[in-house]
Ligand binder design. Structure first.
Ligand code: FE
Ligand code: FE
Ligand code: ZN
Length: 277
């Protein structure tokens, strides 16, 4: 069965979010661990979490993903920004333990002119500080489009970060289809080739989740603007090949497309229909 969900708001609590997921036919979901632009994290209500976990078990919702806010930058040139990022991500990972064995995805960062090498070593060093001995959460590096000074827009860069992480059992990659396409990986005409490249660099066993987004911009544009499924430059046929690919089909897929709940429900139904059981 296709494991698919979308990005949902947790602002009304976990149980409300779980109910939204059920309503739109999702069996997984993603949420921001704290305000995506600011920094505030809402207090966790353990009763709300318990009700959510009960609902998730009943409805078969699994592979849950927390997403770090966009404002963090583990490889910033500013000590203050890096310290804040360390504090927020460490706290996020602890909070994710309320939902044991989930995923926590983050953007590897912007080197802001310090160079890719420095970016990679700062981000890797921070990951080694964030990871906790008993943690059940797996931290995922997201594949980036390469806009500005983003690191992690090539599989080789992601591999270099992972290589320096000590807790290899709790690190993986979340592949964002819009981002890799904008970074120049042609998943429309050569999905197998792109996945072979991923496998050579990182190992497909480390590709643990997929952000399923169409793109508003052409291959290699380094733009990062998500389009609704089938409404962008990637197109529905290529998306359907992604969800059915033998090396990807077991993974959880998360839509981050411009949609309201009804729009997400329609995309989920469309993709379920196109999934070959
Ligand atoms: Fe992201
Ligand atoms: Fe994404
Ligand atoms: Zn994006």
């Amino acid at each position: 069965m296709l494991k698919i969900g979308c990005h949902l708001s947790s602002s009304r609590g976990f149980l409300a979010m779980g109910k939204d997921a059920v309503k739109i036919g999702a069996n997984t979901l993603q949420f921001f661990t704290r305000n995506p632009r600011g920094s505030k994290a809402r207090k966790i209500d353990s009763e709300d979490v318990a009700s959510f976990l009960r609902l998730a078990r009943e409805k078969g919702i699994a592979g849950i993903m927390g997403h770090a806010p966009y404002t963090l930058n583990p490889c910033s040139a500013s000590n203050k920004t890096r310290e804040f990022t360390l504090m927020a991500m460490t706290d996020d990972v602890l909070r994710m333990e309320y939902l044991p064995h989930s995923y926590y995805t983050f953007h590897p960062g912007n080197h802001v002119g310090q160079g890719v090498e420095t970016g990679i070593s700062l981000t890797a060093a921070m990951l080694n500080q964030i990871m906790q001995p008993g943690q059940t959460t797996t931290i995922l590096l997201e594949t980036m489009s390469g806009k500005g000074t983003e690191i992690g827009s090539t599989f080789a860069e992601l591999r270099q970060i992972i290589d320096r992480v000590t807790r290899r059992d709790r690190i993986g990659v979340c592949l964002d289809t819009c981002h890799v396409y904008d970074a120049g990986y042609d998943i429309v005409n050569d999905l197998d080739g792109v996945l072979q490249d991923f496998d050579r660099n990182i190992g497909l066993e480390n590709l643990l989740a997929i952000h399923l987004n169409d793109s508003s911009n052409p291959l290699g544009s380094r733009k990062d603007r998500h389009a609704a499924i089938g409404k962008g430059t990637i197109g529905l046929e290529a998306m359907v090949r992604v969800i059915n690919h033998p090396r990807l089909r077991e993974r959880p897929f998360f839509l981050e497309t411009p949609n309201d709940l009804d729009g997400y429900a329609a995309e989920i139904a469309l993709l379920r229909e196109a999934f070959q059981d």
